[in-house]
Design a protein. Structure first.
Ligand code: FES
Ligand SMILES: [Fe+2]
Length: 420
């Protein structure tokens, strides 16, 4: 059945039932049907079933290290506020005042000893408790109007939130990923540079593009100077049969850097450490470090390859000996996606002395721009009613299949559970 017939059929069914039908008849190892990438109904389901239920990476501990530091993020319809309290604990709240709903904080980052709503100055503590609400009358019970909490966790220098009432278990994520990240001490780093761009493409197209390097030769001349195009890196095969990788893993493990390939049982996240191309230690144009000072005081080894993390649906990452590059993806609409890229360096590294921002960022800026171009062209082509999903490359697109399998299985399980 072609995509057009599928979307026109069964109009008496709900959007969720129609999506379940498409999921049930899905051909394995084949691109998704058109509606997944452009329909408002499917986007609504993505928000409800994935974005409002899973743990999402929002930012780094080192961005809000002190009491009163906060960051804000918009997740679908939900403005969210993450703050650090006086005791150093993190809290996340819905950034919607309990009076008449105004956003309390509008800046992306800031510092405040209290959270004061700009509209009528209701004032909340850093723990979300309503402390003051002027002229509300004697019967007003402040304790009923605290900020609504959102699940929040920190792991390896990464802050995560979950909007679900009952969040999925995070302790397993911590157990499996923290050992890889702990030696890099990202919670003590600093963001040397960050920027946000919008891609006119569905969030899944952005992920699919990330999960393969089939497109790298033609599109990423800057990246492939240092990033091996080996399909095992983006794929689901651990590459333990590759002698060079096996030797590097053995070395890194021997100096306390977990490196071997690990993917979660449900396929939502993966960590592994890969050597860059021979002679390269960092994502720069010549492969030499971008930062003179090592990222972590705990690591003396100058070549730690790149520690790769993906965690669906929000983040992919590269952590090297001299710096880390982290990516946060958030959906804005069925066909627009926001990508925020951050470069982390040692907190005492000095710009202009230890690193040059242009040199630090040029490879991934160029790579992001090329990826935006290919994803946008992908979206424009998929918008065509003539678009017809084809099989993935068995050599290069295992990683794409792994992502779409994860997505489809997640939706199928949750839609079926909700249908009950
Ligand atoms: S909406 Fe926040 S104080 Fe009125
Ligand atoms: Fe790319």
């Amino acid at each position: 059945m072609n995509a057009r017939a599928s979307s026109d059929a069964d109009l008496t069914l709900t959007a969720r039932e129609r999506m379940l039908r498409r999921l049930h008849r899905r051909r394995p190892a084949t691109a998704l049907e058109r509606d997944f990438y452009l329909s408002a109904e499917d986007y609504r389901i993505d928000l409800d079933m994935i974005w409002y239920r899973d743990w999402l990476f929002v930012g780094h501990d080192c961005e809000i290290p002190n009491s009163g530091n906060f960051m804000t993020v918009q997740i679908g319809e939900y403005p969210i506020l993450v703050v650090r309290d006086r005791e150093g604990s993190l809290h996340a709240f819905h950034n919607s005042c309990r009076h008449r709903g105004s956003r309390i904080c509008s800046a992306e980052h800031g510092t405040s000893p209290r959270l004061v709503c700009p509209y009528h100055q209701w004032t909340y503590g850093l723990d979300g408790r309503l402390l003051a609400a002027r002229d509300m009358g004697a019967s007003f019970d402040k304790s009923q109007f605290n900020l609504k909490p959102v699940h929040c966790a920190s792991m390896g220098g990464y802050i995560w939130v979950c909007l679900a009432q009952a969040a999925p278990d995070f302790e397993r994520v911590r157990l499996e990923l923290e050992p890889y990240f702990a030696p890099h001490r990202l919670h003590e780093a600093k963001v040397a540079f960050e920027y946000t761009m919008v891609e006119n493409a569905n969030w899944k197209l952005v992920w699919e593009n990330n999960r393969e390097c089939y497109h790298c030769t033609a599109n990423h001349p800057e990246l492939i100077r240092t990033f091996p195009e080996d399909p095992t890196i983006t794929g689901v095969d651990g590459a333990s049969n590759n002698p060079r990788i096996a030797a590097r893993w053995a070395h890194w493990e021997s100096i306390g850097l977990p490196s071997t390939f690990h993917i979660s049982a449900d396929g939502q996240y993966r960590a592994t450490r890969y050597p860059l191309v021979e002679g390269a230690t960092s994502f720069t144009m010549d492969g030499t470090p971008a930062v003179r000072r090592a990222l972590s005081d705990a690591i003396r080894e100058p070549d730690t390859g790149s520690l790769l993390l993906f965690h669906f649906p929000t983040t992919w990452n590269h952590v090297m000996a001299d710096h880390a590059t982290t990516f946060r993806l958030l959906p804005l609409s069925p066909t627009t996606t926001q990508l925020t890229t951050k470069w982390l360096v040692h907190k005492d590294a000095v710009e202009g002395v230890d690193y040059d921002v242009q040199r630090l960022t040029e490879v991934w800026k160029a790579t992001n721009e090329a990826d935006r171009r290919v994803c946008q062209e992908n979206q424009l082509g998929v918008n065509s009613p003539a678009y017809d999903p084809a099989p993935y490359s068995t050599v290069h697109e295992d990683g794409v299949a792994q992502f779409t399998d994860w997505y489809c299985k997640r939706l199928e399980e949750r839609l079926s559970d909700d249908a009950g």
